[in-house]
Design a protein around this ligand. Structure first.
Ligand code: ZN
Length: 441
């Protein structure tokens, strides 16, 4: 075989250039020079979590098992205890990271304790948002859907970038609400939201319950919005109280309806049969308004009359929920409509539902695997099983016997990163990825 001298010369030049690369820095940026010395990422070390009790999110309970996490995912769930587990939670209950499908994560009270953003600087607002996502995450909620405000999009980006600790955040951006919109305008707005990068379309098709809850959109408008969203590959989340509006959303093949406070049991059963998710919001939102009356009174539609209405219907809401529970086979989504003053209180929705008669396992399954499916993330989160994202919490006590255990969150991991660990407060100071807090709520 004859090798041409020119090829040899070219190969020699290439070898020389390669060998000299780390030393010849002339004409290269600092980043390019540094990149030569960056070591390959080490293979992730397995993390083992030994659980005295494990609720897997689908309705199963396991005792004395070990969850192994590799990188961001759950690698295995096996019986027994390794010799030296990374986390020993023999006395705790381990669950999937909790999910709240209905929050308003950027709402907050200002420094004067009022529910208004008037006069606040961008910096002040940004800090409140950061506080809200942090409080939500360390309360065991590793995924939230915020419906919605455009501010959510900025916040979602910051969390996704990995530098702001917070739950996985899905958002609708600004909801569609104006009943004067033509069908064409509705369809165009849905496409605009899609271009903005929203995860879901939120529509307000009835008045607030404090204003009677009557239907404001026509059935045709409702079905056009849901149809256009479906064409764009987006889910829809329909704020509706009036029975007629819940029925119209079901007929329009909308994805989910929230509140549904005036829906009859027949309509709830009909909507469920049509495949629509139903998300009642009883346990967080109204009690939170009442607890924060002084901060809310005089803003928006929070009038004295509105508070009188709320004070008068506490028992009525309990009765409504018990009626909801009589509809067979529905697992209602667990959404709190969690807003200003309730950040980090998301578990109140689950706790309230159980205190008002729901089976605790059903309430937990709703807030984990069922909610995950309603977010179209059923194959990634909401269940502790191999291949799922490592979103794992541990609580003090057994929530199946004492639902208030959900209030005592000792450990929070999201995507394999530990954000809270009250069992081993010292943590590992060298583990850069672990943000450990020992603060108690
Ligand atoms: Zn809401």
């Amino acid at each position: 075989m004859i090798i041409k001298p020119s090829i040899v010369r070219a190969a020699a030049a290439l070898l020389l250039a390669t060998a000299l690369t780390p030393l010849s820095s002339a004409g290269r940026t600092l980043d390019e020079q540094m990149s030569v010395f960056v070591a390959p990422a080490p293979a992730p070390r397995p993390i083992t979590i030994h659980a005295g009790e494990l609720i897997d999110g689908t309705g199963k309970v396991m005792r004395d098992v070990t969850v192994t996490v590799l990188g961001t995912k759950i690698a295995s769930v096996t019986p027994g205890r390794p010799t030296r587990p990374t986390y020993e939670f023999a006395r705790l209950t381990v669950l999937p990271g909790l999910i709240d499908t209905h929050v308003h994560i950027t709402t907050h009270f200002n420094d004067e304790g009022r529910a208004t953003e008037k006069g606040e600087s961008g910096e002040q607002r940004g800090l409140k948002w950061s506080e809200n996502v942090w409080l939500t995450l360390i309360s065991g909620f590793t995924t939230i859907q915020s419906i919605g405000a455009d501010d959510d999009l900025v916040l979602r980006k910051a969390i996704q970038g990995g530098r702001l600790p917070g739950p996985r955040l899905l958002t609708s951006g600004q909801p569609l609400g104006d009943p004067k919109m033509s069908i064409d305008e509705i369809r165009r707005t849905v496409r605009e939201r899609k271009a903005q990068g929203v995860d879901v379309i939120k529509m307000l098709v009835t008045r607030s319950i404090r204003d009677g809850g009557g239907q404001t959109w026509s059935d045709q408008q409702i079905s056009a919005a849901c149809d256009e969203a479906r064409k764009q590959g987006l889910r829809t989340w329909v704020h509706a109280h009036a029975d007629s509006a819940v029925r119209a959303a079901a007929d329009g093949n909308c994805w989910a309806v929230t509140h549904a406070q005036l829906a009859t049991v027949e309509t709830l059963a009909y909507a469920h049969a049509k495949g629509m998710y139903i998300e009642p919001t009883f346990g967080v939102v109204q009690p939170n308004y009442m607890r924060n009356k002084a901060k809310l009174l005089g803003t928006g539609n929070y009038t004295e009359d509105a508070f009188k209405y709320m004070e008068g219907n506490v028992q009525e809401n309990r009765d409504k929920w018990r009626r909801f529970l009589t509809v067979k086979n529905i697992t209602y989504l667990s959404g709190g409509d969690t807003n200003a003053g309730a950040e980090g209180d998301n578990a109140r929705e689950i706790i309230w539902r159980v205190q008002q008669g729901q089976d605790p396992m059903r309430a937990i399954v709703a807030a984990t695997s069922v909610n995950a499916r309603a977010l179209n993330l059923g194959d990634k989160i909401g269940t502790i099983a191999p291949g799922m994202e490592a979103d794992i919490v541990a609580v003090d006590g057994d929530p199946l016997k004492d639902i208030l255990s959900l209030w005592r969150v000792r450990f929070v991991m999201k995507g394999g990163v530990v954000y809270k660990d009250l069992e081993n407060c010292a943590g590992d100071p060298l583990a850069r990825s672990a943000v450990v807090t020992c603060s108690r709520r």
